[in-house]
Design a protein around this ligand. Sequence first.
Ligand code: AMP
Ligand code: GLY
Length: 429
Amino acid sequence: MKILVVGSGGREHAIIWKLSRDSVKHELYCAPGNAGTTGLSTTLDIAAEDINGLLKWAQANRPDLTVVGPEVPLCEGLTDLFQAAGLKVFGPSKAAAQIEGSKIFSKDVMVKGGVPTAFSEKFDDADTAIMYIKGKGGPVVIKADGLAAGKGVYVCADEKSALNAIDDIFVKKVFGSAGTRAIIEECLIGQEASILALVDGRNVVMLSSAQDHKRVFNNDEGPNTGGMGAYSPAPIVTDSLWPFIREEVFERTLAELRRRGIEYKGVLYAGLMLTEKGPMVLEFNCRFGDPETQVILPRLDCDLAPVLMACVDGVLRDEMVKWRKDVCVTVVMASGGYPDKYEKGKVITGLAEAGKLQDVIVFHAGTGLCNGNVVTSGGRVLGVTALGADHASARSKAYKALTYIAYDQAQYRSDIANRAIKFGREMSR
Ligand code: AMP
Ligand code: GLY
């Protein structure tokens, strides 16, 4: 198959890597890709957000399938545009992608569909939001409505930080038009897990569980990031939770979307808080998670392209998806200063040595090529990934591989997967 993958992060490298290992050889293209995808596919110099540029290429080159990594092109309507040109796309339509593109839309779907989620109110001006906060105090969670590259959520312990968040969103307008509306919601307590499901319009196939590490520093301290590491499976998602998550999260959400005339195809990602009262949805994403994909796909024990195609064609079945027993851990190496300001262009050494280690895959995220060197080009630089018989073994292989890799001001967490190891129960699905 001729396949175009849209995006340039660790997620897209993982997708290309997995496709490159299918039993049938594919002709792979990645737009715009990174130094890691370049070795496995033809790199196209077209930005992921340039949906018209991508369409032009696709109309001329007719890929059998386009797989979209990031949310922005999906929310901008890439799928609709490609479909109108008779091209197959793995990823939801613009209407369906609102599940991630608007927190208010997503919350409304959850509430009307009876999906367990935090109680919330919506606001479109500072004064009303301030009055609400003053009457309520902390803790609360405040979310800008639109896409904010993972930065639009404020978990506020007290009234002062809640008022600062309102100031950011409505007065300083740090998210621009993505912050013309916001929701204020109840703060939930528990452990988080990500459950991604493949959806073909009607059938739902849940992928193995994963857990992300969102804060930049050890012990979940410091600001939120795109994700500093992940592991799969997440032992905290015990067997008894799966039927509940299928019925009350995925089936109800899809039923409510259908009721609104919206058909969902692609990955539906549920960010869950496992509370004392059961799993509750924190957010939906309309795409594969990153870094979750870097730990989920290496565990997939079947070809990827036929599964994605079955999704697009509406013929997805549970039996199509098979898993290896191994556990997978990825440790994200980031640029010093991330998620705030950081420098780019640092030469990365040791990639080949690390990549030769058994059960290790080094996924590239923010990398590029410069004068024959692989250099840093983003906040999250690499996902150093390893498979092992259990979380402890996968973790130690990933950290060992990481010692081979160096660049100026590299930063990473040293406690990835510790939580799973502590939880102590190696349960897989
Ligand atoms: P989101 O982008 O909605 O997943 O939010 C980013 C992070 O904020 C989540 O991973 C949680 O750690 C936290 N968060 C979001 N909503 C809530 C909530 N209602 N209660 C507690 N924490 C939350
Ligand atoms: N890992 C969080 C995300 O992909 O949004």
